[in-house]
Design a protein around this ligand. Structure first.
Ligand code: IPM
Ligand code: MG
Length: 359
């Protein structure tokens, strides 16, 4: 198969982690007889420096013309003082909205080799951690009006949180469908004791539940969910939640699996053209030092093959190569533990390539 992939290397550790993912994709192409063509697109801080805009139209157009987009990370202290609408992160939000990728899928799964890296007690980890957060990605407070103005003589900041029924329903359906393919348990997370948007959210989820009788729906308030994720993560199969709650809970969920550096994500809308990115940030403190963990990005590439290109065997091959690398005792600094061999970003890529074979 021929596929055109738009590649956003981005800022900080972005370029080094993306490089390793592209090496993995190239090897997959060779093993399975595919052709992957890469088109570089600028987004984030580097795009501000180069074009004066975190996502110029020309770069969004490259992404929209591709079969899918692979992204490293954006942002950094260098752009902390630019106005809100020009921040590197704004480029990412515009990309997500421009691609219409409303459904963000973030797995929280513990690799057996990394059980010791989890900050949770052993007996909690042993009960299993394997759930998915389905996060609404192009609505809510991230996309409401943002402004700061003088009200009653005081500088006042306003961020608007809006959800309409349609936006809730389409992400709700993804939640139910994801649960149908797994253990058929869906937990809808909201703050319906305080927010109108959450009350509508809950109502829509319960209406949808009638169409998915095979899925067991439960509701949970977001503050309780934050607690339950560390207390008893084994209770979760699929969590569906709004944009900002999903942002926060997915960082928490990644941490209990050992490292945020290991977690990939997929974002999809109504077409197969998806956005694939690790859930971690650009880590400017270690950028350019060959210390970053490229696995979140490599596994994001695997998700691209699985969900956008319908290449499940190729995706399995990548995941197995990562598992074999961990089995062999190699670790980047973020997941380093006693008795393991520490490696840098590139060496991690080399070792995963060595373990990559046709399934
Ligand atoms: C994420 C990130 C982004 C988000 C930032 C960089 C805008 O934290 O993908 O989780 O908040 O969505
Ligand atoms: Mg986040």
């Amino acid at each position: 198969m021929n596929k055109n992939i738009a590649v956003i290397r981005g800022d900080g550790i972005g370029p080094e982690i993306v490089e390793q993912a592209l090496r993995v994709l190239d090897k997959i192409a060779g093993l399975y007889g595919h052709t992957f063509t890469y088109t570089d697109a600028d987004m984030g801080g580097c795009a501000i420096d180069k074009h004066g805009d975190p996502l110029p139209e020309s770069e969004l157009a490259k992404c929209l013309a591709s079969d899918s987009v692979l992204l490293g990370a954006v942002g950094g202290n260098k752009w902390n003082d630019v106005p809100g609408h020009m921040r590197p992160e704004k480029g990412l939000l515009r990309l997500r909205a421009g691609m219409g990728v409303y459904s963000n899928n973030r797995p929280a799964k513990i690799w057996k080799q990394l059980a010791d890296a989890s900050p949770l007690r052993k007996e909690i980890v042993e009960n299993g951690i394997d759930f998915i957060i389905v996060r609404e990605l192009i609505g809510g407070i991230y996309f409401g009006e943002h402004k700061t103005e003088e009200i009653d003589g005081k500088p006042t900041a306003i961020d608007v949180l809006t959800y309409n029924e349609e936006e809730i329903e389409r992400i709700g359906r993804i939640g139910f469908e994801t649960a149908q393919k797994r253990n058929k348990k869906l937990c809808s997370v909201e703050k319906s004791n305080v927010l109108d948007s959450s009350r509508l959210w809950k109502k829509v989820m319960h209406r949808l539940a009638e169409e998915y009788p095979d899925v067991e729906l439960s509701d949970m308030l977001v503050d309780n969910c934050a607690m339950q994720i560390v207390k008893n993560p084994a209770q979760f199969d699929v969590i569906v939640t709004e944009n900002m709650f999903g942002d926060i809970l997915s960082d928490e969920a990644s941490m209990i699996t050992g490292s945020i550096g290991m977690i990939p994500s997929s974002s999809l809308g109504s077409t197969t053209c998806g956005l694939y990115e690790p859930i971690h940030g650009s880590a400017p403190d270690i950028a350019g030092q060959d210390k970053a963990n490229p696995i979140g990005t490599i596994l994001s590439a695997a998700m691209m093959l699985r969900y956008s290109f319908d290449m499940p065997a190729e995706a399995d091959a990548i995941e197995n190569a990562v598992s074999a690398y961990l089995d062999a005792g190699y670790r980047t600094a973020d997941i380093m533990s006693e008795g393991m061999t520490i490696v840098g970003c590139r060496r991690c890529g080399d070792l995963i390539l060595e373990n990559l074979r046709k399934e």
